[in-house]
Design a protein around this ligand. Structure first.
Ligand code: BGC
Length: 543
């Protein structure tokens, strides 16, 4: 029969029993989360390196005395800004391109390619000495690799995870981002006073380890079944799904899950036919603004959600925390306080593994934003109304830590979970890629403009900047209330239907009432019509 002897039964039982989630399934799906470490480490390590006296002396050519040199040197702003922002440029373009690559060679393979590109970039950076050539080229190439990895990991994890634990598994990605940030800050701290090239080469070279672990580990994991469905290879889709769920190929669980993926894909292709390369890109922006299920609305939701996540101001703490704490007069060790904020970030994230599945994405984003608003306004008010003595400063630092707690347990993971869930398969890879690119774009914009708002010789906002972050978090609160749908517990295909039938505010009440497989004319205990399997296989080209 067409489909190489694949027999798929379909069901109308909408809340069908899913294959039990075994520890092995969990570990297989969660392994990719490790890739988050790139994101965090890469964002984190460069600030420390650019502040290291050895590195500054090497770049500026100034003589370096390793004994008793206590002057605080800095690199010229344009050099700092070029070295920092060139990575974001690479990641932005890497993420956008990665979506197409993932539809062409597969999600897993794209991440592995990303690791190789990243390795090349890191080798160039490690080899760099004085002069900007190697460090800038290396960061551009590494950024490209990070773009590949960061965009496609979320896509891959969302597509392979069982629906009941998908939120928790994708939150694992955020967990590794936080670990990456923390490690970068600890390693910079450890090497900053070295008087040789090890000061910057150690933190840079260490990243090769992440690429090797992720790239090699992924060789042993299966590809996403949804990729194979998109390519019309039902045979392989069945194989990988069976492996991922730890069930035999012909088990009811596998047959039903696969029928639904296939039927949903067929349905989406009927609604929006794919056409040429350019046409299929335009599909991300079709369907108008009125319906929450239109592709345009979903693309705007994903990209704006990542933008809002950046506007929470979290990276002010992680990128500029040390300098901000330095300006608060009585602080003895700003580096240590910075490190503490990264530790709070790591320790708070796992709470979301539970809460994102128990309470859902929508409440987490709404109440998390409110928590952040309160903390930031307290920091701002204490900052402008008190002297810079010990007690008020301790209060400010405590509320910054509570703010980080709210971010880490809500908006940090929530934004990544939601962008992995809202797109239908025909535009999913590009949608997730665009949303990730938006994260990097706003990350970069905020990194560039913040010093102009805060620095004493520029906007000189100091602690008043928290009024701005607080107001933006208030916008996040309203944004989440009006626009975020509840996707918890649904399969990606059910999310697709839910978006068609509800508004964000009514979405949490939605319950699945039919399946795409049933709507496509397949009956309970029936077999997926051979014409459908044949059709899917015939159409299985890159869209
Ligand atoms: C954000 C990063 C941020 C990190 C902090 C991520 O979700 O996208 O910009 O640095 O969380 O943990």
């Amino acid at each position: 029969m067409p489909g190489g002897g694949v027999t798929l039964s379909a069901t109308t039982d909408v809340d069908r029993v899913e294959a039990p989630v075994t520890v092995k399934t969990y570990l297989m799906c969660a392994f990719a989360a490790f890739g988050g470490i790139y994101f965090g480490y890469d964002s984190g390590y460069i600030n420390g390196v650019l502040g290291m006296n050895y590195y500054i002396h090497m770049q500026t050519g100034l003589p370096y005395s390793d004994s008793g040199d206590t002057t605080v040197w800095t690199l010229p702003s344009w050099k700092k800004s070029l070295i920092v922002s060139i990575l974001s440029a690479g990641t932005f373009f890497g993420a956008i391109i990665a979506g197409d690559v993932a539809d062409f060679i597969g999600r897993r393979t794209t991440i592995i390619v990303g690791c190789v590109i990243f390795l090349v970039g890191v080798i160039l950076q490690t080899a760099s000495a004085s002069g900007l050539g190697l460090i800038v080229t290396g960061r551009l190439i590494a950024g490209f690799g990070v773009g590949f990895v960061s965009a496609i990991i979320v896509l891959y994890m969302s597509e392979i995870a069982p629906r009941k634990v998908r939120g928790a598994i994708v939150s694992g990605y955020q967990f590794f981002i936080t670990i990456g940030l923390m490690m970068a800050s600890c390693i910079d701290y450890g090497t900053q006073n070295r008087t040789d090239s090890g000061s910057y080469r150690i933190p840079i070279a260490l990243q090769m380890l992440w690429a090797l672990i992720l790239g090699i580990g992924l060789l042993f994991l299966p590809e996403s079944p949804r990729y194979f469905v998109k390519r019309g290879n039902i045979e392989r889709a069945t194989d990988v799904l069976a492996r991922l769920r730890g069930q035999p190929r012909d088990s009811e669980f596998i047959q039903q899950e696969l029928s639904e993926i296939i039927a949903n894909h067929e349905y989406e292709l009927q609604v929006i036919p794919q056409g040429s390369f350019l046409n299929s890109w335009f599909n991300c922006f079709r369907g108008g603004l009125r319906k929450p299920s239109s592709n345009l609305r979903r693309t705007i939701l994903g990209t704006s959600l990542q933008m809002m996540q950046q506007w929470t101001g979290v990276n002010f703490v992680f990128y500029f925390g040390t300098t901000f704490f330095q300006t608060l007069g009585t602080i003895n060790n700003p580096f240590l306080i910075s490190m503490i904020t990264t530790i709070v970030n790591v320790l708070s994230t796992p709470i979301s593994f539970y809460t994102i599945e128990k309470f859902g994405r929508r409440p987490l984003l709404i109440w998390g934003a409110l928590g952040m608003v309160i903390c930031q306004f307290i920091v701002a008010i204490v900052g402008v109304t008190t002297d810079q003595s010990k007690a008020p400063i301790s209060a400010m630092i405590s509320f910054i830590c509570i703010y980080v707690f709210f971010f880490a347990s809500t908006w940090g993971p929530g934004a990544w979970v939601v962008i992995g869930e809202i797109y239908p398969l025909p535009i999913r890879s590009r949608g997730v890629a665009l949303s990730t690119a938006s994260n990097w774009l706003w990350n970069c914009i905020i990194a560039v403009i913040t010093p102009y708002m805060v620095d004493a010789d520029k906007g000189n906002l100091g602690a008043r900047v928290f009024f701005i972050w607080g107001s933006l978090c208030a916008c996040c609160f309203v944004y989440a209330y009006i626009l975020i749908p509840e996707t918890k517990g649904l399969s990606l295909e059910q999310v697709d239907r839910m978006l068609e039938e509800t508004t964000p505010r009514t979405s949490s009440k939605w319950v699945p009432h039919s399946t795409f497989a049933a709507d496509m004319g397949m009956t309970d205990k029936g077999t997926l019509a051979t014409e459908i399997v044949a059709d899917v296989e015939r159409k299985g080209s890159v869209h």
